[in-house]
Write a protein that binds this ligand. Sequence first.
Ligand SMILES: Cc1cc2nc3c(=O)[nH]c(=O)nc-3n(C[C@H](O)[C@H](O)[C@H](O)COP(=O)(O)OP(=O)(O)OC[C@H]3O[C@@H](n4cnc5c(N)ncnc54)[C@H](O)[C@@H]3O)c2cc1C
Length: 272
Amino acid sequence: MPAPAPAPTRSAVFHPLTVAAVDRLCEDAVAITFAVPAALRGAFAFRAGQSLTLRRVVDGREHRRTYSICAPAGAAPRIGVREIPDGMFSSWLVHDVTPGTRIDVQAPSGPWRADPAAGERHLCIAAGSGITPLLSVASTVLTHPSARVSLVYGNRTSRTVMFAEELGDLKNRYGPRLQVVHVLSREPRDAELFSGRLDRDRLHRLLTGIVPAEVFDHVWLCGPFRMVEDAAPCSPASASRPTASTSSCSTSTRPRRGPAGTPGRRPVRRPS
Ligand SMILES: Cc1cc2nc3c(=O)[nH]c(=O)nc-3n(C[C@H](O)[C@H](O)[C@H](O)COP(=O)(O)OP(=O)(O)OC[C@H]3O[C@@H](n4cnc5c(N)ncnc54)[C@H](O)[C@@H]3O)c2cc1C
């Protein structure tokens, strides 16, 4: 007799969720918020930095895409989607999905787990749609009164900055505990340091000048593979290496003294 198939894990099952809101973020991106029925609240409880996998069937063929959650832990799950030209899934989400649309969604998954209880110092470096998990991390950890966040955020132009307004609201709410540094690659800014790509040289100058990397407990990186690779040496543990892909995320934590006084290191986690 064949062995019974293993039971699907919590996150492998798709649940039809109703879209509660679609908010335009900039010319090519939207935020989509899902309504979660009471019976699924436990399954869809998420930690800051986790993501959702969505399913769509077109002409009998199933397609799946993963999107990082951009809401603070405890809020309704919300994703931020940038349209990829001719992208099958992202174009549909940006143009055709409206409140009331039902979408098959898996429970949150992914290894990022920002701890809002710790009250530590976080450096976030994002480019483009890489801001989505970092917005979740920042808005979650800042609820601790002694947490501090510095965000270095690269975009092509001011018209393509996702969550510009929301970052402004967070800045108003948390004042000096949140530092946001915008860098634009195709739009001149007053200072040369803030105009150009977030490459190794510019990151080095930013992280030795206005946001010194050594004062942070955690570094969170999300953006194109090249940016994450260039920024990795700036992280305190500097042990994370992104995998080859068009985009990548990684995080590292400052090495700490273990309880017996020996140097210790928390594990480095990296979503696929
Ligand atoms: C863990 C994880 C988290 C993610 N989080 C987000 C998120 O928060 N927001 C978000 O918008 N996207 C996110 N993505 C990317 C997302 O899953 C899709 O890959 C993206 O929306 C493109 O899918 P598509 O079907 O529209 O494009 P496809 O139809 O699959 O691709 C169309 C064309 O675009 C190219 N392409 C695909 N992706 C990219 C890219 N990123 N840059 C340049 N060219 C590309 C393809 O090679 C292809 O030629 C995430 C991916 C992962 C793995």
